[in-house]
Design a protein around this ligand. Structure first.
Ligand SMILES: [Zn+2]
Length: 398
């Protein structure tokens, strides 16, 4: 378990979506309104459950809420308190995630102890628990009591993909906040206004990332990430034999590792920048000895995150492949719908030629099963080999 923050919300970003800490919650106006009014009431509910698919920005939303609760101006994004939340260095805001498959019972006990502390001169102690779906039932039962009767100045914010992913006992005690996948146009607009992309680049990145803001930004900014994605999506087209499947699986796992390393390095750099800003250090300034431990902690957390990052990257691989097979099915059925991978349409049409609609559906099922296996900690190479075998077009297998 680590107490750090992923990519800090760029508090300075000013987009049409709004300003301050909520600026980056693209396409979530209902959620922003809900959170702003909870902050303005001065008496927020003590337990929240933020849900939304990957890329909807649920942990960004949770962090923005934590910042807004502790800001004199309801989340300006500029004050010391807001900047400390963005840097993961706020004394009253804990951002916890797990690199393990599940939260251990001791992790949860530790959080409950923290929840008892007063917010040290700030308004609220806020505990943001990412991946609340990764809690064992025993750990959940330990958490329940604290959520039922939290100390007066403590707010719990749990995050999960969907309400069904947490036990009903937790769900029924939390106020729900449900994020949606933002529409392509809104993600593209953000990439234009904030990252300075051209309209065409922004639309392309938003579409192939399936409106995942973080992924879209990286695909737009990093040509290598884009070419890795293209390799991944076109890989199954070349797999025609069992030995080819084994090679393809090894290649996919190795690309995921490369991707995860690149991603971790970018994220660590962002965290270091945010921490420097919150401590008032210039970008190149030498870190004073008494602050070094804070930077050391970021590096340690980054190292521990590495394994989880490979799993996340493979999951992304499977999401990209799923999009490609949905495109194939769409071509097959002649729906005329716009393809996510429009730019690969001739390769996808080739695959559509050799797959029956039933086989296309079976491939989608196999992809889904592989995603489940990866999150259940099946060794990545095994899971990917099994998948690649199932993707071999049957007509050519004989
Ligand atoms: Zn502020």
């Amino acid at each position: 378990m680590s107490t750090t923050t992923p990519a800090p919300p760029a508090a300075q970003a000013q987009t049409s979506a709004g300003t301050g800490v909520f600026a980056e919650l693209v396409g979530q106006s209902a959620v922003v309104e809900q959170l702003r009014s909870a902050v303005a009431s001065g008496m927020p509910t003590h337990a929240w459950l933020f849900t939304g698919p990957p890329g909807s920005g649920r942990s960004n939303a949770a962090r923005a809420f934590a910042a807004a609760l502790n800001c004199e101006q309801g989340g300006c994004g500029q004050c010391q308190s807001c900047r400390m939340v963005a840097a993961g260095a706020h004394p009253a805001v804990q951002l916890v995630s797990t690199e393990n498959v599940t939260y251990r019972i001791d992790d949860v006990r530790e959080l409950i102890t923290t929840a008892q502390d007063r917010p040290q001169g700030y308004r609220w102690r806020v505990i943001v628990m990412e991946d609340a779906d990764r809690m064992t039932e025993r750990a959940t039962n330990v958490l329940l009591k604290s959520i039922e009767e939290p100390p007066p100045q403590t707010v719990w914010v749990l995050c999960a993909p969907s309400p069904a992913d947490v036990l009903v006992t937790i769900r029924s005690r939390c106020r729900p906040v449900s994020l949606r996948i933002p529409p392509t146009e809104e993600v593209a607009a953000l990439l234009v206004s904030r990252d300075g992309l051209s309209a065409a680049e922004a639309e392309f990145s938003a579409r192939i990332s399936q409106n995942h803001i973080g992924v879209a930004r990286r695909l737009a900014a990093d040509p290598q990430a884009r070419s890795r994605r293209e390799q991944i999506v076109s890989l199954p087209l070349r797999v025609r034999s069992a030995s080819g499947a084994v090679l393809a699986a090894a290649e996919l796992v190795s690309m995921a590792q490369t991707d995860a390393e690149a991603d971790s390095a970018v994220r660590l750099a962002q965290e270091q920048t945010a921490l420097r800003r919150s401590l008032g250090l210039e970008p190149e300034e030498k870190i004073p000895a008494k602050l070094r431990s804070q930077f050391k902690r970021l590096e340690d957390d980054a190292a521990r995150r590495a394994k989880r990052a490979v799993t996340d990257s493979l999951d992304r691989t499977l999401i990209d492949l799923t999009a490609a097979y949905r495109d194939v099915l769409s071509i097959k059925l002649g729906t005329g719908a716009e393809l996510i991978n429009q730019h690969l349409s001739s390769q996808l049409a080739e695959l559509a030629e050799v797959l029956s609609p039933e086989q296309s559906l079976a491939c989608l099922d196999a992809l889904n099963a592989a995603r489940v296996r990866i999150t259940q900690n099946v060794p990545p190479t095994l899971a990917m080999e099994a998948l690649m075998m199932q993707l071999i077009p049957r007509t050519r297998r004989r």
